[in-house]
Design a protein around this ligand. Structure first.
Ligand code: GS8
Length: 218
């Protein structure tokens, strides 16, 4: 059997989503570094893996995949029965709820939190730029509205899709971890159920291991 190759950067948010899944199921894999600062993600070799010139991409034998959430599902399906059941595919309504909250993460949470992390951490630290406070403020307001919904949801169930930890929760890890290193981390203090959810699931061993690869943001 060929060794899975994950192309990306251990500190990049979407790469981390896949790394967490690989670690949760105890898969053997090789992380092949792709350097974004040198533009390697736009090289012909990488464009052949991901035509959008983004990381991550995964190769498993003849199969090449991109889009981190799709890759995450592939990894969890491939190693089903190894490690926790994070997709609940044996149960129609539970798996539907995993899909709902994974889409909420992709289409509500991520668009609000990612510009805040980019402006306040990535832009100044990686590119030497100056944060645009108006972008941060607009997205903090968006994020608070999303967190209102999360607070209501998490006051009824322990995790997002139900009383079980799933890919929907896992998928929030990387951006939230970085957000907690911004000056705006205290926003979460107004959402006690969200804060407890975050503290609960980030104590998982796979998360500690992947967080150790995040550079100065642990
Ligand atoms: C997004 C990938 C992405 O934005 C996914 O895989 O989930 N929806 C895709 N990757 C960033 C790195 S941060 O994780 C990237 O490659 N950016 C460079 C670019 O867009 O040119």
């Amino acid at each position: 059997m060929s060794l899975i190759k994950l192309y990306g950067m251990p500190m990049a948010t979407c790469t981390m989503r896949v790394l967490l899944c690989l670690e949760e199921v105890g898969a053997k894999y090789e992380l092949v570094p792709i350097s974004m600062p040198t533009g390697e993600h736009k090289s012909p070799a990488h464009l052949a893996r991901n035509p959008f010139g983004q990381i991550p991409a995964l190769e498993d034998g003849d199969l090449t995949l991109f889009e981190s959430r799709a890759i995450a599902r592939y990894v969890l399906r491939k190693f089903k029965g190894q490690g926790p059941d994070l997709l609940k595919e044996g149960n129609l309504s539970e798996s539907a709820m995993v899909d709902v909250w994974l889409d909420v993460e992709a289409h509500q949470y991520n668009p609000a939190i990612s510009p805040i992390v980019y402006q306040s951490l990535i832009l100044p630290r990686m590119y030497g730029g100056t944060p645009d406070q108006s972008i941060i403020d607009t997205n903090l307001e968006k994020l608070k509205k999303v967190l209102d919904v999360y607070e209501a949801r998490l006051s009824k169930s322990k995790y997002l899709a139900g009383d079980f930890f799933s890919l929907a929760d896992l998928s929030h890890f990387s951006y939230t971890k970085y957000f907690m290193a911004t000056p705006y981390a205290s926003v979460f203090d107004s959402y006690p159920h969200v804060k407890a959810w975050w503290e609960d699931f980030t104590s998982r061993p796979a998360f500690k291991k992947v967080a150790a690869g995040m550079g100065g943001h642990q």
